[in-house]
Design a protein around this ligand. Structure first.
Ligand code: PLP
Length: 352
């Protein structure tokens, strides 16, 4: 496989040409199984022809105002809106990192960071998480321009304690990007850190808890100096009119998101306990996915795929022993368990 294809394989749900057809159960990209707020759909439907024929608000002003208020910031000058958090990550490199600089993260972590850092011509430095997915001693003493911390971590779902992240923000001599893509599924978050730490950027996405992956919307919260730098380097109209309207409506119906998150957390508990009963080791996840390890993980992955059930398998050090499974709707998890029990119970399994 070429380098580019290998990278694509790592971040894309399917390779070109292998988009599945027919009934599949998709538990491989951590999307939300529930629909977004009806108010989002109404906001999209009520856009006028002119909203579409004219350029959108170039700085997503109203969206940033609503987001600032929702998340306890003094005003929109503390908020940047990106075309998905992936754009915010790329923008962070473009704005604050020079080719040749070092960017620090953990191993394992969200795989796109490495792709973006290498494309940018920067050095990629990682420190291994401990066996229970905690930050290693001395992590913040590493010398780098920028550090990416995923909290909760991907793909383990484990959130390192807030106090530990606080220590990193205080000690690390550079920018700290705290990726909170899954924070709505966690017990707490670091969303208040930018008030205290001028070197901290909090990244959020609407793709997970708000069920808006198809619209592409991410936010960054940081002190106004950082946000101003983002504004100078961003594309002119980086958030389209549909996405701006949808994002505002989603934030205004926050309760809808919280209800879906509560359902997903209940299913996560059932998924975790069921897998442990089947002999999998599953760390407690604070995300909308779990990482489950057991002998024969790769074979299980393949057999689930043959049955149209997609989970994620990583051919990577330390991760090739397990499966990352998104928390789907209850019916999807029922079907997953039925297939899994069949696979594990098959007398031929493990002997191929
Ligand atoms: C840890 C992490 N950060 C960022 C993202 C990107 O989110 P978005 O869909 O907003 O680009 C993802 C998507 O899976 C993720 O897992």
């Amino acid at each position: 496989m070429s380098f580019e294809r290998a990278l694509l394989r790592d971040v894309a749900p399917y390779m070109p040409g292998e988009q599945p057809t027919g009934d599949i159960i998709k538990l491989n990209t951590n999307e939300n199984p529930y629909p977004p707020s009806p108010r989002v759909m109404e906001a999209i439907a009520s856009l006028s022809a002119q909203d579409v024929s004219r350029y959108p608000n170039a700085v997503s002003q109203r969206l940033r105002e609503v987001a600032a208020e929702r998340y306890g910031f003094p005003g929109p000058e503390w908020v940047f809106a990106g075309n998905g958090m992936d754009e915010v990550l790329a923008m962070t490199l473009r704005t604050f990192v020079d080719p040749g600089d070092t960017v620090l993260s953990t191993y394992p972590t969200y795989s796109l960071y490495e792709v973006l850092v290498k494309l940018h011509g920067a050095e990629w430095l990682t420190a291994d998480l401990t066996d229970d997915y905690q930050l290693p001693e001395g992590f913040a003493d590493n010398k780098a321009r920028l550090c990416f911390l995923t909290r909760p971590n991907a793909p383990s779902g484990v959130a390192v304690p807030r106090e530990v992240v606080e220590q990193v923000c205080e000690t690390f001599d550079g920018l700290v990007f705290i990726d909170e893509a899954y924070a709505d599924f966690a017990n707490d978050s670091c969303i208040d850190f930018p008030h205290r730490y001028p070197n901290v950027i909090i990244g959020r996405t609407f793709s997970k808890s708000f069920s808006l992956a198809g619209l592409r919307l991410g936010l960054a919260f940081a002190n106004p100096e950082i946000i101003e730098s983002f504004m100078k380097t961003k594309d002119s109209y980086n958030i389209n009119a549909v996405t701006q309207a949808a994002g505002i409506a989603a934030l205004e119906d926050y309760a809808h998101m919280e209800t879906n998150v509560a359902r997903i957390k209940a299913t996560r508990r059932r998924l975790t306990e069921g897998l442990r009963e089947l002999g999998f080791a599953v760390p407690d996840s604070e995300s909308n996915y779990i990482f489950a390890s057991r002998e024969g993980a790769r074979g299980i992955f393949k057999r689930l795929k043959e049955r149209g059930i997609f989970v994620r398998y990583f051919h990577e050090r330390g991760l090739d022993v397990g499966l990352r499974i998104s928390v789907g709707a209850d019916g999807e998890i029922d079907a997953f368990f039925a297939a899994l029990e069949e696979i594990i119970g098959d007398s031929k399994f493990g002997r191929e």
